[in-house]
Structures are given as structure tokens and as C-alpha cells.
Design a protein around this ligand. Structure first.
Ligand code: CP
Length: 320
């Protein structure tokens, strides 16, 4: 049984194939509208979500399948004390594939070990968020045309932001990737990420706390929210929350071809005045999340033995 716990669960070649499938779906979604007819996706969300849960559900509905699930721990039997292990054994009787979000790191891994259906990690604590990474990779691939030779500024909460952790793991497999880590001292990238991922891969990176010093020479600026729910102390959160605000004045220092990305939700870190700038692609990025999740559902169901009938790739679908 193939699951998705981390972006590294797919090889670079498998990722390229998945992104090409997602782009083919984007070109003409109607051709895929019955590919998963008769299949069911369960979304088990123990933590709040708008994009991830609803884009998974939209993805399965777009493929002609059905959805079931719960949107909070309180509305499931977790509120009565049921374990994730027991819940997934039951969900395996009801659905063909499951996406799970949980505040505890490793919860989706535990679920995958008891499941008899493919399990997708839809975010586990401050650890990983692999389907956000697939979304980010598809956005970059589609809008830049390549995933190599990019200088990427990661800005905000680099300590608790799981989207950043997953994105770093995914991007360091491509040649010519450089990072500028932009964060306050207290929210710097965890040292284990440097020691276990960046240093062994000989990835060039620099650290600064000043967005103004880094913004002028980036291919991508990846903004993140300060993760209030992961702070132990409200005072610390209030001190950090407005450390970075990307506004028109700061964006004026950036290159014309730089992309501004954000996994969303946004709080204050990007001023709404930036939304109409052609470089601001974060809402488009959220849209790509549906196509890549459609591709992922198809691939994992196929790997689990489902006999899905896929259309021929449309014209112009050859790999970049
Ligand atoms: N990007 C993201 O994970 O958003 P949600 O928390 O709304 O799912």
C-alpha cells in the first residue's frame, strides 16, 4: 500500500509525472470527470482547514467520486477518546482513500500503519504538509517552467511553518536551488533541518531578519503566517505576528518576474494592496491545489490496485 507522508515519498521522476498529470487535468478537467466514479475519499480533519480539506473534496468530486468525513475532532468519536489507529481501521471499511490532518506530528504515519487504504498526510503538527508542497511545486513549475536554478526567499515563521519544512525537503533535490531564510531570531529554521537536509545536500543558504535586504534578487518570495496555534505563550505570538508585512513599497524593490507565494491563510503578513500585483500568485496557487490533489488521488488509487480509466493526454501535455 502506497501512502503520502512526506514529499520525499515520491522520487523526482514520479513527481515530474504527477505534475504533468496535474497540468493535463488543468488543461481540460472535463476529460477526467468520471475517472474515480464509484470511489470514495474520506477527509479526517482533527485540526481546522479551509483549502486542504475543501480542495481534496473538490478534487474527488471533480473526478466523479464521492466524499465523506469530519472537519473537527469534536465532531468525531475522537471527542469520546477514540484513537487515530482505531478510527482509520474503521474508515478503511468505508472509503477507498483517506486524507488526514492532525495536530500531533506523526499521527498520519500511525494511521498509515493501520490502514488498508492509501493515507495522505494533510498536515501533522509543525512537521510536514506534503500536499501543500505538491501544490507549491505545481505552481512554480507551471508559472516558471522549471524547478531548478531558483533563488527562493522563505519569509516568516520558519520554525513552526510545516509548509516551509516540506518545501525545503522537496526543492533540495533539484540542481541550483538557493535559499534566503528571512525570519526573526526566535523563528529561525530548526537546526535539524539544516543538519539533516540542507548541509548534506550542500545547499547554499543565507539567513537574515530583514526582508528589505533580500527581496531585490529573488525568483520566488514564499511568505508564511506566524503560526499562532503552535506558540506556548500568547505574548510571544503578539510580539512576532507583524514582524513582516509585504506591502507595495517593499514589493517595488523586487524583480518584475518574482513570484509572491503564500500557502494561506494570510493574516497580516501580505497587505491586501499587493493582491492585484501580477507577481502575487497565492490565490492562483490555492487553485493549483485542486489539480495536483486530483492527480495524487488517481496515482494512489492506481497503486492500490484500482482499475481507473484515464483519458489520453491532451495536446501540449508533453513534459517541459
Ligand atoms: N494551506 C493550508 O494548509 O490551508 P488550510 O489550513 O486552510 O488547509
Amino acid at each position: 500500500m502506497r501512502h503520502l507522508m512526506s514529499p520525499l515519498d515520491f522520487s523526482v521522476e514520479e513527481l515530474a509525472e504527477l505534475l504533468d498529470l496535474a497540468l493535463d487535468i488543468e488543461r481540460d478537467p472535463s476529460r477526467y470527470s468520471q475517472v474515480c466514479a464509484g470511489k470514495k475519499l474520506a477527509t479526517c480533519f482533527y485540526e481546522p482547514s479551509t483549502r486542504t480539506r475543501l480542495s481534496f473534496e473538490a478534487a474527488m468530486l471533480n473526478l466523479g467520486g464521492s466524499i465523506l468525513g469530519f472537519a473537527s475532532a469534536d465532531s468525531s468519536s475522537a471527542a469520546k477518546g477514540e484513537s487515530v489507529s482505531d478510527t482509520i481501521r474503521v474508515i478503511s471499511c468505508y472509503a477507498d482513500i483517506c486524507a488526514i490532518r492532525h495536530p500531533k506530528e506523526g499521527a498520519s504515519l500511525v494511521a498509515s500503519q493501520k490502514a488498508t487504504i492509501p493515507v495522505i498526510n494533510a498536515g501533522d503538527g509543525g512537521h510536514q504538509h506534503p500536499t501543500q508542497t505538491l501544490t507549491d511545486l505545481l505552481t512554480i513549475y507551471s508559472l516558471k517552467g522549471h524547478l531548478d536554478n531558483l533563488k527562493i526567499g522563505l519569509c516568516g515563521d520558519l520554525k513552526f511553518g510545516r509548509t516551509v519544512h516540506s518545501l525545503i525537503h522537496a526543492l533540495i533535490r533539484y540542481p541550483g536551488i538557493r535559499f534566503i531564510m528571512i525570519s526573526p531570531e526566535e523563528l529561525k529554521i530548526p537546526s535539524n533541518l539544516k543538519e539533516d537536509a540542507l548541509d548534506p545536500a550542500h545547499i547554499a543558504y543565507a539567513e537574515t531578519d530583514r526582508l528589505e535586504d533580500a527581496i531585490d534578487d529573488l525568483d520566488i518570495l514564499y511568505m508564511t503566517r506566524v503560526q499562532r496555534e503552535r506558540f506556548f505563550n500568547e505574548e510571544d505570538y503578539l510580539r512576532m505576528k507583524d514582524f513582516y508585512i509585504l506591502d507595495k513599497k517593499k514589493l517595488a524593490m523586487a524583480r518584475e518576474d518574482m513570484l509572491v507565494m503564500h500557502p494561506l491563510p494570510r493574516v497580516n503578513e501580505i497587505s491586501v494592496e499587493v493582491d492585484d500585483d501580477p507577481r502575487a500568485v497565492y490565490f492562483k496557487q490555492a487553485g493549483y491545489g485542486v489539480f495536483v490533489r486530483e492527480a495524487l488521488i488517481i496515482r494512489l488509487l492506481q497503486e492500490a490496485g484500482a482499475n481507473l480509466s484515464l483519458p489520453e493526454r491532451s495536446k501540449g501535455a508533453e513534459s517541459r
